[in-house]
Design a protein around this ligand. Structure first.
Ligand SMILES: Cc1ncc(C[n+]2csc(CCOP(=O)(O)OP(=O)(O)O)c2C)c(N)n1
Ligand SMILES: [Mg+2]
Length: 348
């Protein structure tokens, strides 16, 4: 048997190189090369997909509402890296990133955005209403806060069936002020349901800042009246999200009930495609982009550690751009649903 390292050796090592921390002082996961590359690729896919969706919207290929996730990519990617197959995801209308992170096909998502037959909801749901039971993605919800109670129902089903799946319910800082969130917290705490509540605190609900709209802006404390623990996480650092996700999922799987993760994040684009963005300064956005961008952070580490060259990173970008371009071509070539489909797949 190989001799165990002595405590002196390992503590000396730790002293020489202090453990990395997130910008808010929180712990970060120690990613190896493959994990850094995976995080980079997945986040880039979401960003490029959203950029393309924005373009197609501008060209009139996408109708209705369209809310882009650009800036917030580390949240879903870090969570997904910790999840196991079977864990369910449910979110609001800013949902394309969540779908891609669960492994849903770019082609099917883009076809749905453009209202085509091969879309995940056969072209009849659009940006806010897509589902994939196969990938355990339960939508896509336009009613602010509704997914929180539905996600709690998914957690109840897991408990009832005795499986060890965890429900992950994402909602915004604005949604966190909705009444049904607290009805859900009460039930989840009472029945110790396996659910991670994720507040994606991107600082704004449409044009209203958290400072203007909320009495308790530390959202990780919002479950304290119910005994639900919470953690505030640097949601721009994918390693911090992964570390918090590991802890939260373990908490749920070991039967301790719900937990809240407040992700401190930021959306670069407007609330939806028709947002004049008069409620914040360009400098504020620029500062986040240049100092905290989730993708640039990973890129810098990959290069610094010699884990990827500029050429390697360009090759990943090309790959991702090809997937996105293919999804857009596919969607535009796909027919719209036939008029005879008007009343199928809907509840009357
Ligand atoms: C019940 C309900 N009230 C109001 C709206 C209109 N509305 C749509 S999005 C939104 C803001 C929500 O902001 P937040 O929860 O922070 O999510 P974000 O858009 O920042 O991701 C509002 C008020 C709605 N869709 N549903
Ligand atoms: Mg918000």
């Amino acid at each position: 048997m190989a001799p165990r390292k002595t405590a002196t050796v390992s503590s000396r090592k730790t002293a020489a190189k202090p453990a990395a921390k997130a910008s808010n002082g929180g712990p970060v996961a120690d990613f190896d090369r493959n994990e850094e590359l995976k995080a980079y690729r997945e986040m880039l896919l979401i960003r490029r997909f959203e950029e393309k969706a924005g373009q197609l919207y501008g060209m009139g290929f996408i109708g209705g509402f369209c809310h882009l996730y650009i800036g917030q990519e580390a949240v879903v990617v870090g969570m997904q890296m910790a999840q196991k197959d079977g864990d369910q995801v449910i979110t609001a209308y800013r949902d394309h990133g969540h779908m891609l992170a669960t492994g849903m096909e770019a082609r099917g998502v883009m076809a749905e955005l453009t209202g085509r037959r091969s879309g995940y909801s056969h072209g009849k749901g659009g940006s806010m209403h897509m589902f994939s039971k196969e990938k355990h993605f339960y939508g896509g919800h336009g009613i602010v806060g509704a997914q929180v109670s539905l996600g709690t129902g998914l957690a109840f089903a897991n408990r009832y069936r005795g499986n060890d799946n965890v429900s992950i319910a994402y909602f915004g800082d604005g949604a966190a002020n909705q009444g049904q969130v607290y009805e859900s917290f009460n039930m989840a705490a009472l029945w110790k349901l396996p659910i991670v509540y994720i507040v994606e605190n991107n600082r704004y609900a449409m044009g209203t800042s958290t400072a203007r709209a909320t009495a308790q802006s530390n959202y990780s404390l919002r479950g304290s009246g119910f005994g639900i623990p919470g953690i505030q996480v640097d949601g721009m650092d994918v390693r911090a999200v992964k570390a918090a996700a590991d802890e939260a999922l373990e908490h749920c799987r070991s039967g301790k009930g719900p937990i809240i993760l407040e992700m401190l994040t930021y959306r670069y684009r407007g609330h939806s495609m028709s947002d004049p963005a008069k409620y914040r300064s360009k400098d504020e956005v620029q500062k986040m982009r240049s100092e905290h961008d989730p993708i640039e952070q990973v890129k810098a580490r990959l290069v610094e550690k010699g884990w990827a060259s500029e050429d390697d990173l360009k090759a990943i970008d090309k790959d991702v751009r090809d997937i996105v371009a293919d999804s857009a071509d596919f969607a535009q070539a796909d027919p719209e649903p036939d008029a005879s489909e008007l009343y199928t797949d809907i509840l009357l």
